[in-house]
Design a protein. Structure first.
Lengths: 229, 229
DNA sequence: ACCTGAACACCGTTCAAGT
DNA sequence: ACCTGAACACCGTTCAAGT
């Protein structure tokens, strides 16, 4: 495509991110990445001696760097009582924004065994905010688990349409679902009715995410103040 | 291996689960599953007309059935004020037990787009418990997101060793980490010291899971009682 | 009906060879 | 040094053929 000026590791990773964004993780092949760069698949191995594993790790590093970049130009932290909550909250929201931009990232993270140093640095940052904010290491440790699993787990669409390929469910299917899943059907009905603008989708996962985030942060701050943990 | 009596869909799925348990998702190939059954890969297509996608969906159904089975022989629910919390808690713990037995399940769930009917039935069950327990549909909806993301996100080992293949980190590596990640290093030190039996691992993820679960359930019950949402 | 052998298109990866 | 063509082992899948 573009005049192939100097193939570099970074150019390969950028192409891989673009390919995954466009076509998903399953389409991310060495040959596909190479094609996007107007080059043969075998050329990539010169810049990624660790082979495809190194490419996948590199993808995680790119995502981690995007989270770090989003946090880089934030105003310095306040330091009143409980101010850590807002700081941690902002970090979780930044991470989520990046995950939404790269929906392949959570499955990729989940599929790989080790933790990348760049991801450790993100944890370190949150950990520092909490400890300086008066949280014990024990409480901070638990927060990392709670918040980490939420940031990584929240991409999944909970109530996506069945397994079909159709965009629209037929009336018959809807009725069959209502019979088999009465509570679910009632919930959908209640939520759709409550939603102001149905075109936005009744399941506003950003709102859901922030609700859960605040539930966790509130509980953690209460635990800190109570001196438990 | 075993005398190949009547290849069936269920026998194929059982073999696939066993293969994934033993060797992981990446090793789950049509040829591999067939080999475990002493049969040619092409034979599988007769029992799984939907091809490998149907096999993967079938794996999810097996996991969902295991969760349902674990819940089937529970004593009937109490119905005091707030009794729904214990019921939902038990369901989340059952789901987690199954996920731990099949660590390939959360990545698989995350990688597939639609929600299987069997999984919808599990949601429906939790939803019913909450609504009968006095939760609004709105609150119950948020609970599904919060709890679902936790159950699916909590398999990931948060502080697994870097990207190396060595089981032990060298002293030099540990020191390098301590320098780059002071808060993380201090947290590990504090937690290892606090742990009674270091051979159990300082990062007891069952305890972490239950802590987060109770944080969420506590917040949800407080919201219900307060009549918010 | 159920199973199989050969074959096709596609992977990741190696290696000897080009410039 | 960087890139490539041919090749190998392995996938998912098709299809015509066996029983």
């Amino acid at each position: 495509m573009a005049a192939t000026r100097a193939l570099t590791r970074d150019r390969v990773l950028d192409a891989a991110v673009a390919l995954a964004d466009d076509d998903g993780l399953a389409a991310l092949t060495m040959r596909g990445v190479a094609a996007r760069l107007g080059v043969e698949a075998m050329s990539l191995y010169h810049h990624l001696p660790g082979k495809k594993d190194e490419l996948l790790d590199g993808l995680i590093d790119v995502v981690a760097a995007q989270v770090a970049a989003a946090l880089a130009d934030r105003p310095p932290a306040e330091d009143g009582e409980g101010a850590w909550v807002a700081e941690v909250r902002a970090r979780c929201l930044a991470a989520r924004t990046v995950m939404l931009a790269h929906p392949w990232a959570p499955p990729l993270l989940a599929s790989r065994s080790g933790i990348r140093p760049a991801v450790f640095q993100l944890y370190e940052d949150v950990l520092g905010v909490m400890v300086r904010g008066g949280c014990s290491y024990h409480l901070a440790h638990r927060a990392m688990h709670a918040l980490g699993s939420m940031v990584l787990g929240f991409t999944q669409e909970l109530f996506a349409p069945g397994g079909g390929d159709d965009a629209e469910a037929t009336e018959a299917e809807t009725e069959a679902m209502a019979a088999a899943l009465p509570y679910t059907a009632a919930m959908v009905a209640a939520e759709v009715h409550a939603a102001g603008d149905p075109t936005l989708g009744w399941c506003d996962s950003q709102t859901e995410f922030e609700f859960t985030l605040d539930l966790l942060l509130g509980g953690l701050e209460r635990a800190r103040v109570a001196g438990r943990l």
